[in-house]
Design a protein around this ligand. Structure first.
Ligand SMILES: C[S@@+](CC[C@H](N)C(=O)[O-])C[C@H]1O[C@@H](n2cnc3c(N)ncnc32)[C@H](O)[C@@H]1O
Length: 190
């Protein structure tokens, strides 16, 4: 397993490098249509990187960062609320959030189906998700997947089209954007 509890400083210092500018721009474009003071759940938030990026373009939003690694969350900036928990058991009531963000975190979840059930439960009607992850059909994506599995991680990396189909099974309509070996998916509960 990757010892995330000891890696907060690393992600805080270098974490943003893995987010290309185009993905940050996409995130801001996605957030443009989110209602004022909407509630954002940053799932597998680590140090709260996705919330930080979001805050640069929408500082009116409420950010809740959830992660099982307490010592990653302690690096979150003061405007980000934090909660130690896993994606498979999100400790909030149903229909609590307008948006769920998952930045390089989905592939770490132990049980993707249980996490998706929880995401659907805590999202409001017509709630949205933004996923950023690595495409396992590319050489780099495959290499990262192998490396993480060797470290004992679940390595639930997807070919984006397969994840899109899965999201549709959970009631989302989804749109993929590919960025070489990385991709984003924007999806809305219908
Ligand atoms: C590569 S880090 C990404 C953190 C952050 N989203 C970022 O982009 O910097 C992956 C995060 O997923 C978290 N994680 C691992 N298993 C998880 C689970 N079952 N539910 C939620 N988060 C999990 C880890 O603790 C870690 O903080």
């Amino acid at each position: 397993m990757i010892p995330f509890n000891y890696l907060g400083w690393f992600f805080k210092t270098f974490g943003s490098i893995i987010y290309p500018k185009v993905v940050r721009e996409e995130l801001c474009k996605f957030l443009k249509n989110v209602p004022r003071q909407a509630k954002i759940l940053d799932l597998g938030a680590g140090t709260g990187m996705m919330s930080e990026f979001s805050h640069t373009c929408r500082d009116d939003l409420y950010f809740m960062a959830v992660d099982p690694a307490k010592d990653m969350l302690k690096y979150a900036l003061p405007y980000i609320k934090t909660q130690v928990a896993s994606a498979e058991d999100i400790p909030f009531e149903e229909r609590s959030f307008d948006v769920v963000l998952m930045g390089e975190s989905l592939h770490h979840f132990n049980n993707i189906d249980q996490a998706l059930k929880e995401i659907v439960r805590v999202l409001k009607k017509e709630g949205k998700i933004f996923i950023y992850d690595f495409d396992v059909s590319t050489f780099l994506g495959k290499s990262i997947c192998r490396g993480e599995k060797l470290l004992g991680e679940p390595g639930h990396f997807f070919v984006p089209e397969i994840l899109k189909n899965k999201l549709e099974d959970y009631g989302f309509t989804a749109v993929i954007s590919k960025h070489s070996w990385r991709y984003t998916i924007v999806a809305k509960l219908s």
